[in-house]
Design a protein around this ligand. Structure first.
Ligand code: PLP
Length: 486
């Protein structure tokens, strides 16, 4: 069999066995056309396809691979864990250590529950928010993706944006009606939603820095969400599945709040409203519409009920965080974190049910823990440098051919939009020359650089992108820019 035929043959087999030939829709190259690269192996900054072609990878498994692929110490940790058994259905020391590491980096996550996917994390956060507030409605922002949770699929960016779908079939009208979709960054519309639905909104969920409609820089919107939710007794859920531990050691929350190291930097934050740690009285109060809501409120307002430990001077702190991707280091781990007063409403302590046969899986946890332990300041500095170099090369290449473009970034995450100004939300993101991306993408691929196969996705660098890998990207950009301009 010729090398060239292998990929097509595998894709044919895949389409016969798997819907669309892929296990997750964006992988299908739907918006850029052509045959998806089936990957045989990956190492450092590279992926190698089944035809033996190596690419500099700027997908990074959609986020987890901050250290690059198959980091020897992560692989060794996985092998060691696997040699002790694959799954026990019982608690392990490893999951305690991973929860402690998350808590160390993000101290407001006093309690951490491990799950297997980001989708489970956001689904659980929503259920928990409804459980503790006794309210039904959830606010999300157009273009933010929070996984394929029924209630969160409206105007959800990512694969839905790539496939130009407004939402998903199979979500009942009743479920959709419980989600209010608002424009990202629009404080008046957020206030109006609370005015119109006073006492009914359980939570506002937001991507910490939106990166599933390309990157949209949040400005002060997170602090505004905090202010508005606190004033109305609703929870703020900060979805850091993508940004967590990629944009900085304490995630995007740490970046915005200048938390260099979570454990060291926190001090009192009294009135972050419902985002305050429970050892200082919260200014917001939940409607006591259920016994649970009243109970949680009482525990949050009781200084003795909370853990001892640093409180926060953070400008804003959400009630709940969701993490994923990097916390699993390439294996299926995600997490929900928040103050004990809320998190302890989860079963077995509280009445909000959540469970998982493979939750906290020992092999997956070993990968996550090894990754986080290796993700030191030098790693984040390298991510920043690499991101800056590629962003600069990208802008220079597109400038050289006179193409309107805007590069948006959130720490090392970035994306390009084919329009004059950086998009501020979903409407802006759609108002660009998306037709230019397929040619750009394929020119990069032909030159040996694998980009996300959609203009609506962020680019992911890793600490393993050495000068040679960055050089290959920079060399490829001018040709891709010419292809996009043609
Ligand atoms: N939340 C955000 C911000 C994400 O980017 C994603 C996935 O890309 C998810 C949630 C869902 O995570 P998973 O794909 O692990 O279910």
């Amino acid at each position: 069999m010729s090398a060239a035929s292998t990929m097509d043959e595998v894709f044919d087999r895949a389409r016969a066995a798997i819907p669309g030939g892929v296990s997750s829709p964006v992988r299908a190259f739907g918006s850029v056309g052509g045959t998806p690269r089936f990957i045989a192996s990956a190492s450092g900054p590279h992926v190698t396809d089944v035809d033996g072609r190596e690419y500099v990878d700027l997908v990074g498994s959609w986020g987890p691979a901050i250290l690059g692929h198959a980091h020897p110490e992560v692989v060794a940790a996985v092998q060691e864990a696997a040699s002790r058994g694959l799954s026990f259905g019982a608690p392990t020391l490893g999951e305690v250590e991973l929860a402690e590491e998350i808590r160390r980096r993000v101290p407001p996550a006093e309690r951490v529950r491990l799950v297997s996917t980001g989708t489970e994390a956001t689904m659980t956060a929503i259920r928990l928010a409804r459980g503790v507030t006794g309210r039904d409605l959830v606010v999300k922002f157009a273009g933010c993706y929070h996984g394929h949770v029924d209630a969160l699929l409206a105007a959800a960016g990512s694969g839905l944006a790539t496939l130009a779908l407004p939402g998903s079939a199979g979500v009942t009208p009743a479920t959709a009606a419980e989600t209010l979709v608002l424009p990202y960054g629009d404080v008046p519309s957020l206030e109006a939603a609370f005015a119109a639905h006073d006492g009914r909104i359980a939570a506002v969920i937001t991507e910490a820095a939106p990166a599933n409609m390309g990157v949209v820089e949040p400005g002060t919107f997170n602090a505004e969400i905090r202010r508005v939710t606190a004033a109305h007794g609703a929870l703020m859920i900060c979805d850091e599945v993508l940004t967590g531990f990629r944009t900085g050691p304490s995630g995007w929350w740490g970046v915005e709040n200048d938390v260099a190291d979570g454990a060291a930097a926190l001090a009192a934050a009294a009135d972050q409203g419902s985002g305050a740690r429970a050892r200082t009285p919260a200014t917001s109060s939940y409607s006591p519409v259920s016994d649970l809501a009243a109970d949680v409120r009482a525990r949050r307002d009781d200084p003795l009920a909370a853990d001892a430990g640093p409180s926060t001077t953070a400008v804003w702190t959400p009630d709940l965080f969701t993490f994923g991707k990097v916390v699993g280091g390439g294996m299926p781990v995600a997490a929900i974190g928040g103050p004990a007063a809320i998190m302890d409403a989860l079963a077995p302590l509280g009445p909000v049910y959540q469970a998982g046969t493979l939750s906290g899986n020992p092999v997956a946890v070993a990968a996550g823990l090894a990754t986080l332990r290796l993700a030191d300041d030098a790693v984040y500095a390298r991510l920043a440098d690499t991101s800056r170099a590629v962003r600069t090369g990208l802008t220079e290449a597109l400038d050289a051919v006179g193409l309107a473009h805007a590069v948006s970034s959130a720490a090392s995450l970035f994306s390009v939009a084919f329009r004059d100004e950086r998009p501020r939300g979903w409407d802006d993101v759609q108002a660009q020359e998306t037709f230019r991306y397929p040619a750009f993408f394929h020119a990069m691929l032909d030159a040996g650089v694998a980009l996300p196969p959609s203009v609506f996705e962020a680019w992911f660098v890793s600490a393993a992108h050495d000068d040679a890998a960055v050089g290959r990207v920079l060399d490829a950009l001018p040709g891709a820019a010419r292809a996009a301009a043609a």
